[in-house]
Write a protein that binds this ligand. Structure first.
Ligand SMILES: O=C[C@H](O)[C@H](O)COP(=O)(O)O
Ligand SMILES: C=C(OP(=O)(O)O)C(=O)O
Ligand SMILES: [Mn+2]
Length: 381
């Protein structure tokens, strides 16, 4: 299970204290599992239905969860919004909607740049609460391996709130920090399960078929997903499909296309066609967020809801033209009334009012419901 060690692993934090890293990993390797193999297998079979067109997937939640946002109100807000969106989509799809949260573990962030400079001062970039603090001070930005232990506790507390809500949701996050994911991986009858979440995905920046992340994902029994940006080639995608779903199990592998509204119509068709021709069963999800990020004049990262809708439309068009299935949506969203994406009641001027994301801009409740209603319209055809 340690076969990923020794392979190139992108986006790992430069932990300054080796001893502390070893101690934190030792703590995690005997920590209680967060999810069971049975629940995890159930998600694989639900996703298998989506691969056959008998279900639609809604995956959503924060870009970056925060340790100090684990409150009943915030979790209920996110889950309530996700549940409402799922109802809207379900009514249109005529098949069950599989609810998957970016929740209870979505704490690690890959970054475009290793450092951030403000007023001539450079500090390590914020890499998510599991690595360092968002505050712009040397102390906060120093990677601290004990934060992985806090992330496990915050995930457990969030999961308790999720389980108490009644919203039937499975958990997911990006499998970015391999020390964390590896330490929570346990042997079960069905193989090795990463017990940190039901579904793990590999990000656009770490999907090198020869890299450590793909090797780790290939070894676990969980359902896995891979983000695909506009530079992904059919050859790479076929290699990923082969590595990650060699036994061709429906539901084992999802591809999350995040092309950008302008690129989706030209970048996605060759990938969809190549996968269809290979016969490897895959669920195709649309992430209309990460290819549509812009910087507003105020300096805030934002996403125009109109571009989000345009990418969703393009994704459906591509699948209709190829005769393949649009399997679901992957969104960065919250139940809170934030001002992070532009659209509806939020204009560029409003961005500073309630911009609470520590990383990427999320759809607020109203915008999330707008995207769900739009998706429902496309599902009705
Ligand atoms: O959530 C995704 C990435 O972590 C994020 O888009 C990277 O953002 P950056 O370009 O500000 O580093
Ligand atoms: C890091 C993310 O996305 P991507 O890997 O697609 O950039 C994300 O989903 O937050
Ligand atoms: Mn993001």
């Amino acid at each position: 299970m340690d076969s990923w060690r020794g392979l190139p692993a992108a986006q790992q934090p430069p932990w300054p204290d080796e001893g502390a890293l070893r101690e934190a990993v030792a703590w995690l390797s005997v920590a209680p599992p967060l999810v069971t193999a049975e629940e995890t297998d159930r998600l694989t079979s639900l996703l298998g239905r989506a691969a056959r067109g008998e279900a639609f997937v809604l995956q959503g939640g924060d870009c970056a969860e925060r340790f100090d946002h684990v409150t009943p109100e915030r979790v209920a807000g996110r889950l309530g919004t996700l549940a409402r969106m799922a109802e809207v989509l379900e009514a249109a799809a005529g098949v069950p909607v599989v609810r998957v949260g970016r929740i209870a573990g979505q704490f690690a962030k890959p970054r475009s740049a290793p450092a951030e400079t403000r007023d001539g001062v450079s500090l390590p970039s914020y890499r998510g609460d599991i690595v360092n603090g968002a505050e712009f001070t040397g102390a906060a930005r120093t990677p601290d391996p004990w934060r992985m232990v806090r992330a496990h506790r915050a995930s457990a507390a969030t999961l308790e709130l999720v389980r108490a809500s009644g919203v039937p949701v499975h958990t997911s996050h990006e499998a970015l920090l391999l020390e964390y994911e590896g330490a929570l991986t346990r042997r079960r009858a069905g193989g090795w399960y990463d017990t940190s979440a039901h579904l793990l995905w590999i990000g656009e920046r770490t999907r090198d078929p020869g890299g450590a992340h793909v090797e780790f994902a290939a070894r676990i029994a969980n359902p896995v997903a891979v983000k695909l940006g506009p530079a992904a080639t059919a050859r790479e995608v076929l290699e990923l499909a082969d590595r990650l779903n060699p036994w061709r199990v429906p539901g084992r592998l999802s591809f999350i296309a995040r092309m950008g509204a302008d690129r989706v119509r030209e970048a996605l068709p060759p990938l969809v066609r190549a996968v269809a021709a290979s016969g490897v069963p895959v669920v195709w999800l649309c992430d209309p967020m990460h290819g549509n990020t812009e910087t507003a004049p105020s300096g805030h990262k934002t996403r125009p809801v109109a571009r989000v809708l345009a990418e969703v439309a393009g994704f459906f068009e591509v699948h209709r033209a190829a005769g393949t299935r649009p399997g679901g949506l992957h969104l960065e969203m919250t139940g809170d009334d934030v001002t992070e994406c532009v659209g509806g009641a939020v204009s560029e001027r409003d961005l500073p009012l309630r911009y609470e994301s520590a990383c990427d801009p999320r759809l607020n409740r109203e915008q999330s419901l707008e995207v769900a209603a739009y998706g429902a319209g496309l599902l009705r055809g």
